[in-house]
Design a protein around this ligand. Structure first.
Ligand SMILES: [Zn+2]
Ligand SMILES: [Zn+2]
Length: 377
């Protein structure tokens, strides 16, 4: 199947040369390997450059218009490869980058569309492992009745009579220093030099209509709350069927009931009975990757930290994963029955912890005495 070079640049099929150039310039600036470090950017840059070549080189364009692919030898193109002699010269690229000379005269009715932003709510496991989401967007799309021209079927724009097609009107004012000639944008045609006598009924002459559509968004693993995924050319179509802006999908991560996220690391809290902390035990912890055995060593203190390596979120811009950090809390029993209290007292006596004085000695003097003084003991 032939590549949709219009789609690659995000322009409509009847886009003018300057629209194509503008769309390419915008994409090329964003994707140029010198400014964009994303792994896929280089490939995208080559893709848009190829599309630009296919649509602006007259020979290649003819093949595209006939439904073929000028870069596919089997499609009757016989074209040179990327960067070959057929590439219209370096001047074209430089021109596209730096915009060439500012053009005077009437401005195009076709203008680039605006970007759109849409939030998407994701669960923690979706941001960590990546997912594919269907999102519904409500934006301006190309009017299919007039394909962006804005004219009713069978009619054409006519030259604006106010400005005779120049797009600007001049006025002469007699001032202190003599005559001053000033020009301003023609109010009748808004500077386009043309008027539409019979606007398309579907879009009222704007060349676009609002429509609701569903898009599939691929969310890469490791995205974080607030990040935006750009869908090139999925924003609003511009007035007069101008190239569409981009759609930004903003990630909103729902809070998780167990894990909190800190970049690529996840944190959670487990509470242990005093006896397990003293004797050691094995805990079963439900991580995002499934059940994991957690080895609690005898004598574990409250506030100690256990790290499960590579159980966090993947690093978005490199390889590997962050860690899952488990914060341990030891809970002191509160309601003791008679037998439990007896056992604890026996234990305390065995450990020599049953008298305040001996405890103080065991702790080694000055610091604990100062602390006790502060605590009012
Ligand atoms: Zn229309
Ligand atoms: Zn005018």
């Amino acid at each position: 199947m032939a590549t949709d070079y219009f789609g690659v640049l995000g322009v409509s099929r009847d886009a003018s040369d300057s629209d194509i150039k503008r769309a390419y310039r915008r994409l090329a600036r964003d994707l140029h390997p010198d400014v964009n470090g994303d792994p896929g950017a280089k490939e995208r840059f080559q893709e848009v450059t190829r599309a630009y070549e296919a649509l602006t080189d007259p020979d290649k364009r003819r093949i595209v218009d006939l439904g073929g692919d000028p870069f596919d030898p089997g499609s009757g193109g016989g074209a040179s490869g990327f960067g070959g002699a057929g590439f219209g010269g370096l001047g074209d690229i430089m021109d596209a980058f730096f915009g060439g000379a500012a053009t005077r005269g009437p401005r195009s009715r076709t203008r680039a569309g605006r970007d759109a932003l849409i939030p998407v709510e994701l669960e923690l496991d979706e941001t960590v492992f990546g997912t594919t989401k269907d999102i519904t967007v409500d934006t301006a799309v190309l009017c299919t009745v007039c394909t962006g021209a804005g004219t009713a079927p069978g009619t054409h724009p006519t030259t604006c009579t106010t400005c005779s097609g120049r797009g600007e009107v001049q006025s002469v004012q007699r001032g202190f220093l003599g005559q001053v000639v000033s020009s301003r944008v023609c109010p009748t045609c808004s500077g386009t030099g043309q008027v539409i006598p019979e606007p398309c009924r579907e879009c009222g002459g704007d060349g676009r209509v609002r429509a609701r559509r569903t898009l599939q968004v691929k969310v890469p693993p490791g995205v974080e709350d607030g990040m935006r995924i750009r869908l090139t050319g999925q924003g609003e179509v511009g007035p007069g069927g101008g190239p569409a802006g981009d759609l930004y999908v903003e990630i909103h991560e729902r809070p998780h009931e167990v894990f909190t996220r800190d970049g690529e690391d996840l944190h959670c809290r487990v509470t242990l009975p005093m006896t397990s902390a003293a004797l050691g035990t094995t805990l079963s912890l439900k991580t995002l990757d499934g059940e994991e055995e957690l080895d609690i060593r005898p004598g574990t203190q409250s506030g100690s930290v256990l790290t499960l390596r590579a159980h966090g979120a993947p690093r978005l811009r490199s390889t590997g994963r962050g860690n899952l950090v488990v914060h341990v809390e030891v809970s002191t029993p509160t309601r003791l029955d008679a037998e439990q209290e007896k056992l604890l007292r026996e234990l305390a006596a065995l450990r020599g912890e049953d008298q305040a004085d001996s405890h103080r000695e065991a702790q080694g003097g000055l610091f604990s005495r100062v602390r006790d003084a502060f605590n009012g003991r």
